[in-house]
Design a protein around this ligand. Structure first.
Ligand code: GLU
Length: 408
């Protein structure tokens, strides 16, 4: 892998650009983030002490519209990570033809070690520090790893206090009562489900004969596991940061979700009460899960899970990237040589930002859609864009389909 995540992302860009006609000026421009902000967020802790957390917001490119992207709370957040995620948001919004550029934000913190009030002060402090950098028509926030609707609600409220006007369009993924959209919570999983279904409709293998392993059992991974399970696919393995479980005959996903939700850890599934023992399973590590002999592998956790080190152990013949950047570019050559088909994150997990776009449209018009409307529109968009990508020669857009973002 290259020295930084952003350099790694640029390697991929270089490779993709070989298949399209694009001016050197546009390439040069896309190699650098438009604006990066580093901040220090002071937070009064419950014990009276003051702690300062490093935070970032990066607006990568706004040629197609206001920038859009989530905010991540995680101990590994760095400016490099946020820049590369903002880079990928730029391409994700373009692939889905949304009128947005790409952005990302983050705070270097372990949110699980904070109380709810400390988390609220941190969320509001983050917005205080970046308020001049964002806006409904400038840069729009959303949830990402370890941030959720409650946090988005605090962020929108803080921005509205600063601007002295209700500003729902500056943050998406909000609680419904604060202008959130129906279907946003399930959108990433739902979008990935539509992509997998359209790809799998062209296979001779039925869902019942298709084995799937899913790494990551958070918002995206768990809901997607549920959707696939109910569509008849055989989910043989799931995992979270603590480890995973495997059952050759398939796991009963609703029971696994129930246990995980009641304990917040997949480890609870290892217990021996009636629900757990209803399906025989084996305890495995995350590394074991990635190497399982399955039809479909779904990395839905964090970036850089498949690298040059473990790419030769991958046995699945299809990978759908639900996390952002789970495959490092260093793994590409090995996966290609093994003829493994990779469906990239900028398509597969784009359901989240697509429904964020719907939420922003609803906030601006003040007219709110039914859940059916949201899911129908999401399905149309995901199926259309999947078909376009599969249709194009060499699986890349033809010059005539090139997004307009390439104008410098
Ligand atoms: N954080 C999500 C992503 O990486 C959603 C972004 C958004 O809704 O703006 O795609």
């Amino acid at each position: 892998m290259s020295d930084t995540l952003l350099a790694d992302a640029n390697l991929r860009l270089e490779k993709a650009l070989r298949d399209v006609t694009i001016s050197q000026d546009a390439i040069e421009r896309l190699t650098h983030p438009k604006a990066s902000l580093s901040i220090a967020i002071p937070v009064r802790m419950d014990d009276g002490s003051l702690r300062v957390f490093p935070g970032y917001r990066v607006r990568y490119d706004d040629s197609r519209g206001p920038t859009k992207g989530g905010v991540r709370f995680h101990p590994n957040v760095s400016i490099d990570e946020v820049q590369s995620l903002a880079f990928w948001m730029t391409f994700k919004c373009a692939v889905l033809n949304l009128p947005f550029g790409g952005a990302k934000g983050g705070v270097t913190v372990n949110p699980k070690a904070l109380s709810k009030l400390e988390l609220e002060r941190l969320s509001r402090g983050y917005v205080d520090a970046i308020a001049d950098f964002i806006g409904t028509d400038v840069d729009i926030l959303a949830p990402d790893v370890y941030t959720n609707a409650m946090i988005m609600g605090w962020m929108m409220d803080e921005y509205s206090i600063i601007r002295r006007q209700f500003s729902p369009g500056v943050v998406t993924g909000k609680p419904i009562a604060m202008g959130g959209s129906l279907g946003r919570e399930t959108a990433t999983a739902m979008g990935a489900f539509f992509v997998i279904q359209s790809v799998w409709a062209q296979q001779t293998r039925s869902p019942g004969e298709t084995s799937i392993a899913i790494q990551g059992f958070g918002n995206a991974g768990a809901i997607l596991a549920d959707l696939l399970f109910h569509a008849g696919y055989k989910i043989v393995a799931v995992s979270d940061s603590q480890g995973g479980i495997y059952a050759k005959q398939g796991l009963d996903i609703p029971s696994v979700r129930h246990l995980k939700e009641s304990s917040r850890k997949l480890k609870a599934v290892y217990c021996e009460d009636s629900v757990c023992s209803s399906v025989d399973h084996q305890v495995i590590t995350n590394a074991d899960l990635l190497a399982l002999d399955v039809d479909i592998l779904i990395p839905a956790a964090l970036e850089n899970q498949i690298t040059a080190e473990n790419a030769d152990r991958i046995q699945a013949n299809h990978i759908f990237e639900v996390a952002n950047g789970p495959i490092a570019s260093s793994a590409d050559t090995t996966l290609e040589a093994k003829n493994i088909q990779v469906f990239p994150d900028i398509l597969v997990n784009a359901g989240g930002v697509t429904v964020s776009y719907f939420e922003w449209v609803q906030n601006r018009s003040g007219f709110y859609w039914t859940l059916e409307d949201v899911n129908d529109r999401l399905q149309t968009k995901m199926v259309e864009e999947t078909a376009k990508i599969q249709r194009s020669p060499k699986n890349s857009p033809s010059p005539s389909e090139l997004p307009r973002m390439f104008t410098p």
